[in-house]
Every structure is written in C-alpha cells, then in structure tokens.
Design a protein around this ligand. Structure first.
Ligand code: MN
Ligand code: MN
Length: 459
C-alpha cells in the first residue's frame, strides 16, 4: 500500500521474542501492583513507598532544591505528586503526566450497619459511573479507614487475603425474577439494593437487632470500634478479584480498577527512570476524577498549584505571576484510559476513530459529549509535537474518540490543567468493559504507554 494512506495494524505484529519478554515482565509487575492497590489510599501509599526506594524525598525534607533532586508530596493520603527537578530554567515549563488513583466502587454510607430479617447489611452509596447489575453476586473486599472516638485511625483491609471472608450483594433468582427481567437495565437493580450481607448469626434471642449486635461485637473485638465510629470512616467495597492474565495467548490483563491504575503504574514506572532531565518532570496521581475532580484531593483543588509554588520557592526563583507563566509554558499528558473497541458492541464506535486493543497507546484530542461540550481540545501544534515525539521513540500510538458522535461521552482531568494554560492531550490505554468489576486491557498497550510516558518525561 502507498505511504499516502494511514494504517493501523496490531502492535503485536512487529514484536520480537525479546520485546514480548519485556512486555510480559512489565505486566506481571503491574498485575502485582494493582492486586494490592485497589483504592486511591493504597495506590498513594504504595506509590510513595516505591518512589522513596528510588530516591524521592518529601519536599519538607529539602531546604532548597537543585537540578536532579527528586521530590514528593502526599496530599492527605489520597493524592500524590512527584517531581524531578530539571537542569533548564523552570520558567520554560514542566513536563507533567497526570493519572487518577480513584476507580468506580461502592462506598459505605455514614451509618451503614442495619438488620433486615435474618441478615445484617452494610448500606452503600455507589461512587462513579457504574452499571449496578455488575456489582451483585461477586466477591467484594473492604478497604479504608475508621477514625475512632479516641482519635486513632484504624486501617481496615478485609477480603483480599485468601484467608479472609468476602462480602456479597445478592440478586434475585431467575426462577422468581420474571418481573425484574422486564425492567430496563438501569432500573432492574436499584442503588438502594446495592447493600452487602455482613452477618447472619444473632447474638442472643432478644430482639430484631441481635444479628446487627453480633456483627458489632465482632467489629468491636477486632477494631475497638462502636457503631458511632462509622460516621467518621471512609470504607470502600471493591471486587476481591486478583489481576490475572486473560486469553490462551495471555495477551490481556483482566483486573479491577485499570481505569486509571494502568496509567498510574505506567507513568510511575516511567518517572522512576528519570535522572537529571532538562525540563522538570512532574508525575501526579489525583483523586475524585470519577466524581468530577472536586474536593481538596481532586484535581480542581489548588493543592497542586501550591506544590509547584513550593518548588519555585525552594529553587529561589519565585516572583509574582511566575506560577502562571510556568503553567503557560508547560506540557501535559493526561494519562487516562480510553474506551477500547469491543467487537461485540462495535456499533457504538466510529471504527476509523476508535482505540483498538493491542494497537498501542490511544491519543484523544478531545473528550466531552454532545458537540464536544466541556471538552479540552488539544491544539494541532501540540498534537503534532506529541506525534513526532512518539514516532522518534518507536512508540506505537493511535487516535480515537470516545464513541460515535452523540453516542455518549466522558470526562478527564485534561481541561483543569488546560485552563491554567498548559498544553494537554489525553493519552492512555484502551480498556474493554470500562468501569466494570473486571476490566480488560492489552499487555502490548500497557507497555507502549510506559514507553510513551518515559519519552515524554525526557523530551
Ligand atoms: Mn479515567
Ligand atoms: Mn473512569
């Protein structure tokens, strides 16, 4: 075929045995990481640990900063910033990669424990855009914190160890589910029915609260908590599945929370390899992306600006408006996953503008919905720069839109940094069954994301 026309072949075609070895090794480490890091708190805790092992130190541990220094800032245990100071004047801008550490899940309500019939339940409120029916009849684990009346913060991690019990949300048996089956998919499982069973043994034969009482006794023995302590807790129900290779060729990763932990891991690994860059490299993992990036751990908060201001202070270069200027000269990859084409549901995609699984990292010039509404649309000049960068570094990339026009849409953190003046494009791994309890990605694409992010930090 002539060079005039674009082609988009499977990335696996060009790989040697050695390439495949590197791709599979990378994914093995990735799967270990996400199996043990299913919530934003665990991601931030483990990423900070790994960063410290690679020479990153908290910004408060530095009196002043110099080229080559590796800096970290942990925002309330749910949001992490990493930076490697460049040799060029920081006024020339930063190379930022931002992914998000939170994923769709079920949060416990402030007063979650109740008894109905012969069961004790935890009442939940779902977090992010889920298809509710997918969260019934699967094993769930609980992770999070409880702040007790005495001020102590208790860590809760139960359901992911093979010796732990798991938690399950029930669903109606098909034999008696005829009426339910007639309902719309969105209505068949109501949000208020996403309550998880937590006990069945009564403490005594006293009253209707005896099963709840027994659960509370167990929790009191284990964590020293009373029912009131739940109101100062953040407890998240997540699938108790391990990340696994999928397919006879083991080409795929099946795991919970790949949106957006796949980009967290790929950008973290890229960041760890950056030594003495020219432009200051910044890697950030934000929280609350799935519910609109609000709050003081979300990307909309000013904590990130404060971190960058602190870099300027400790470099002894700060002056009025310098932060704005730094942002205006900065470049960013918004490292977030893309909707991969699922051939079983191909009708929602424009096939010449869609992310194909196994074809490399996906670039989304814009997201938004309904006429690009609310989209950050990357400038053509910047897109051209990223294309040249990836081509020069042998990174396989493709361009996509999130579905056909008017089919739906989605958000990212891209617009938040773009509004500060940063050149931003969305750039991540295509995912199948996004926001489900068990999402699918290609090991090839994960590796290309890592290569792409590494090249970007070095640019
Ligand atoms: Mn995402
Ligand atoms: Mn998402």
């Amino acid at each position: 075929m002539s060079d005039l026309l674009s082609t988009n072949k499977s990335g696996w075609l060009g790989t040697s045995d050695e390439d495949r070895g590197a791709i599979y090794d990378f994914s093995r480490a990735y799967m270990d990481f996400i199996t043990s890091s299913k919530t934003e708190r665990l991601i931030v805790e483990h990423a900070e640990q790994i960063a410290r092992e690679h020479g990153f130190r908290h910004i408060d541990e530095y009196g002043e900063l110099h080229a080559g220094d590796k800096v970290l800032f942990n925002n309330r245990g749910k949001n992490l910033y990493l930076a490697v100071i460049g040799s060029k004047n920081i006024e020339e801008g930063l190379n930022i990669i931002g992914a998000h550490a939170d994923s769709p899940r079920l949060d416990l309500k402030p007063q979650p424990l109740y008894q109905d019939g012969d069961f004790a339940f935890f009442n939940t409120h779902y977090y992010g855009g889920i298809k509710k029916y997918q969260w019934t009849t699967i094993p769930l684990a609980i992770h999070g914190v409880i702040v007790r009346a005495d001020g102590e913060t208790i860590q809760v991690h139960i359901g992911d160890d093979d010796n732990d019990p798991v938690f399950v949300i029930s669903d109606l048996l098909p034999h008696l589910g005829r009426k339910q089956a007639q309902e719309k998919l969105t209505d068949a499982i109501k949000g208020e029915k996403l309550d998880v069973m937590v006990g069945n043994i009564p403490a005594d034969d006293s009253d209707k609260q005896a099963i709840k009482e027994n659960v509370m006794r167990i929790l009191n023995n284990k964590y020293g908590i009373t029912e009131d302590d739940f109101t100062s807790a953040e407890l998240e129900l997540v699938p108790a599945f391990k990340a696994r290779s999928a397919g006879f060729d083991e080409s795929l990763v099946a795991a919970y929370g790949q949106d957006d932990k796949v980009c967290v891991y790929a950008s973290l690994r890229a960041m760890l390899e950056i030594e003495n860059p020219e432009r200051t490299a910044v890697c950030l993992f934000s929280d609350k992306e799935e519910i609109g990036s609000m709050g003081n751990t979300g990307m909309e908060s000013h904590v990130f600006d404060t971190f960058i201001s602190d870099l300027l202070n400790k470099l002894n270069v700060n002056r009025p408006n310098l932060l704005d200027k730094v942002f205006c000269n900065s470049r960013m990859l918004s490292a977030d996953v893309d909707a991969g084409v699922d051939p079983l549901y191909a009708e929602v995609n424009d096939m010449t503008n869609s992310g194909l699984v196994g074809h490399g990292i996906s670039l989304n010039k814009y997201t938004g919905s309904g006429g690009k509404y609310n989209a950050s649309d990357a400038n053509a000049e910047y897109v051209g720069f990223i294309k040249r960068l990836f081509r020069d570094n042998g990174v396989k990339y493709q361009f996509s839109e999130l579905g056909k026009v008017d089919e739906g849409g989605g958000g990212t953190i891209a617009y938040i940094l773009a509004n500060k003046g940063v050149d931003v494009i969305d750039c991540g791994v295509p995912v199948i069954s996004m926001h489900s309890p068990y999402e699918i990605t290609s090991k090839f694409d994960i590796y290309e994301a890592y290569k792409g992010y590494r090249a970007f930090f070095r640019s």
